[in-house]
Design a binder for this molecule. Structure first.
Ligand code: GLN
Length: 494
C-alpha cells in the first residue's frame, strides 16, 4: 500500500515527494503500460506537469490566497465522459472524437480547486453504454489481471488504470453499475453516491435520472477523500441536492458492533458462480466476526430491474443523444446533399452499434403506440423496485451481496449476445433505479486468480456508513492490497 492516495498525500505533506515527481512517475508508467492496457485515451504531460508545478507552489505557499488541501498535488485520472477544458473529451465515441471541451464539468472544477493534477482521460464504453469496455470507439481496455479479459464497463479505463497503478485514483460514472462492476472485475474499490449528491453538470448525459459520478481507488478510505471533493450542491444541475457539506471520512473508524447487514435472498440464487458465492460468504463471516449481525431480507422486485432499466435508460438516452447532429460540435459527415442527409449520415457514421441499438429501443418505447405498454410500465416497476429497498432498510442498516455474478470474462465472450452482456449488471441496476448509494470492494479471488467484488448498498445518504464498513473490512483483510502481475506493480514505489 505504498501508492494509496492517503500515502501520497502524507508524502507531499511531509515534503518527501513533490507533485511533479509523483506525476512524472505516473506519466512514465502510463507511457510504458498503456499500449498494452489501452486504459487512457488522452494524456497531455505538459498540462499535467504544469498543474503539478502549481500544486507544489501552492504547498510551498507560493500562491498566496489558495491554501493547499490534503490532496493538493496528488494526481488523478478522469473518465472521458467529463468535459475538461482544453482536453479532448470523446465519451468513447467517434461522434466526439474531435471535441475539445471549452469548459470544465463541475467534478473537474472541484478537483482543480483541490489542486489535484489530471493525468489524463480514461477509456470507456461509448456514451457509457456497456459492461465490458468493448463498445469504445478507441478499442477495448484490457484487464491488468489478465489482458485476454475485459476490465468491466463502462468505467473500465478508470478501473484498469487504478488497478494497474497507472494512477492512484480516478473518477467514474455509474448509470446501471459502471463504477461497481469494473471495480469488482479489477480488484479495486468504487462508490456510486446517492443520486443528486454529485453534480452532473458537464458530465455527458446517458440516462439523466440514473447517471451519477463517483470515485474509484484502491481503498474505501481513498474513496472517502475523493468523494469529499466531488460532492456538493451545484445550482447548474437541477437535480443536485441542496445539502450541507459532509465529511465522508468522519465515521471510518467506528466499530461495527451492532451493525445490521441485510442479505437479499434474491442475490444468492442461481447464476452466482461458486467462487464468487464462496468469497462473499467468507466476507459475511468476517463482518460477523467484527460485530455485524446478519438479517435475511427480500428484494422481490429486483428481478425486474434489468428489464425496467433497458426500457428507461434507452428512452432517456434516445432523447439525450439527439443533440449529436453534426451541427454544433463533434463529428460531421464529410459529404452530404442536404440538411436531412447531413443529420442521417452523421449519426449513421458517428455512433457505434450499441448506441444505435439503444437509440432505436428508446425511440420505440417512447413512441405514441407503445409509451403506455413499455415506458409507463417500466416507471411503475421502478417505483416497486425502490419500495423494496424502503422496506428492507426498516430491518437493516446496509445490504450486502455480490457485485457481479461472475468475474472478468474474456474479450469477445459476450459481444455477440447483448442480453448476456446486460445481465452482468443484474445486482447493480436496482440501486440506480432506486437512486441509492452503492459500492464495490475486493473480497477475494477465483480459481483463475481473478478478483471478486462484494457490493454494499446503503440507504439514501448512508455513504459515510458504507465507507465505514468497507474501511473496517479492509483493516481486517488484504484483498485490496493485491496488485496485478504487471511490471513494477509490487514492491515499494513510494
Ligand atoms: N452496463 C450498463 C449499460 O450498459 C450500465 C452502464 C453504466 O452504468 N453506465 O447500460
Amino acid at each position: 500500500m505504498t501508492d494509496t492516495i492517503k500515502h501520497l498525500s502524507a508524502l507531499l505533506v511531509a515534503g518527501k515527494a513533490s507533485s511533479v515527481e509523483l506525476c512524472q512517475d505516473y506519466l512514465g508508467r502510463i507511457a510504458r503500460l498503456n499500449p498494452q492496457l489501452n486504459a487512457f485515451v488522452s494524456v497531455d504531460p505538459d498540462r499535467t506537469l504544469a498543474e503539478a508545478q502549481a500544486a507544489d507552489a501552492r504547498r510551498a505557499g507560493g500562491n498566496v490566497g489558495i491554501p493547499a488541501g490534503p490532496l493538493t498535488g496528488v494526481p488523478i485520472a478522469h473518465k472521458d465522459i467529463f468535459c475538461a477544458e482544453g482536453w479532448l473529451t470523446t465519451c468513447g465515441s467517434k461522434m466526439l472524437s474531435n471535441f475539445v471541451s471549452p469548459y470544465d464539468a463541475h467534478v473537474i472544477e472541484q478537483f482543480k480547486l483541490a489542486g489535484m493534477p489530471a493525468l489524463g482521460k480514461t477509456n470507456m464504453d461509448e456514451f457509457a453504454m456497456g459492461s465490458s469496455n468493448e463498445t469504445s470507439y478507441f478499442g477495448p481496455v484490457k484487464n491488468p489481471w489478465d489482458t485476454s479479459r475485459v476490465p468491466g464497463g463502462s468505467s473500465g479505463g478508470s478501473a484498469a488504470a487504478v488497478a494497474g497503478r497507472l494512477c492512484p485514483g480516478a473518477t467514474g460514472t455509474d448509470t446501471g453499475g459502471s463504477i461497481r462492476q469494473p471495480a469488482a472485475f479489477t480488484g479495486i474499490t468504487g462508490l456510486k453516491p446517492t443520486y443528486g449528491v454529485v453534480s452532473r453538470y458537464g458530465m455527458i448525459a446517458f440516462a439523466s435520472s440514473l447517471d451519477q459520478a463517483g470515485p474509484m481507488a484502491q481503498t474505501a478510505e481513498d474513496c472517502a477523500c475523493l468523494l469529499n471533493i466531488m460532492a456538493g450542491h451545484d445550482p447548474r444541475d437541477s437535480t443536485s441536492l441542496e445539502r450541507d457539506k459532509e465529511d465522508y471520512a468522519r465515521d471510518l473508524s467506528l466499530p461495527l458492533a451492532g451493525l445490521k447487514v441485510g442479505l437479499p435472498r434474491e442475490f444468492f440464487g442461481a447464476g452466482l458462480t461458486g467462487d464468487t458465492a464462496r468469497a462473499v460468504e467468507a466476507a459475511i463471516a468476517q463482518l460477523q466476526k467484527q460485530g455485524a449481525q446478519i438479517v435475511e431480507i427480500g428484494l422481490p422486485n429486483s428481478k425486474l430491474s434489468v428489464a425496467a432499466y433497458y426500457v428507461l435508460a434507452p428512452a432517456e438516452a434516445s432523447s439525450n443523444l439527439s443533440r449529436f447532429d453534426g451541427v454544433r460540435y463533434g463529428y460531421r459527415t464529410p459529404e452530404y446533399g442536404n440538411l436531412a442527409e447531413m443529420y442521417e449520415k452523421t449519426r449513421a457514421e458517428g455512433f457505434g452499434p450499441e448506441v444505435k441499438r439503444r437509440i432505436m429501443i428508446g425511440a420505440y418505447v417512447l413512441s405514441h403506440g407503445y409509451y403506455d405498454a413499455y415506458y409507463l410500465q417500466a416507471q411503475k416497476l421502478r417505483r416497486l423496485i425502490a419500495q423494496d429497498f424502503v422496506e428492507a432498510f426498516k430491518v437493516c442498516d446496509l445490504i450486502l451481496g455480490p457485485t457481479a455474478p461472475t468475474t472478468a470474462f474474456k474479450l469477445g465472450e459476450k459481444t455477440a449476445d447483448p442480453v448476456e452482456m446486460y445481465l452482468s449488471d443484474i445486482y447493480t441496476i436496482a440501486v440506480n433505479l432506486a437512486g441509492l448509494p452503492g459500492m464495490s470492494l475486493p473480497c477475494g479471488f477465483d480459481a483463475q486468480g481473478l478478483p471478486i467484488g462484494m457490493q454494499l448498498i446503503g440507504n439514501y445518504f448512508a455513504e459515510a456508513r458504507m465507507l465505514n464498513v468497507a474501511h473496517q473490512y479492509q483493516l481486517a483483510t488484504d484483498w485490496h492490497t493485491r496488485a496485478p502481475p504487471l511490471p513494477e506493480t509490487s514492491g515499494v514505489r513510494w
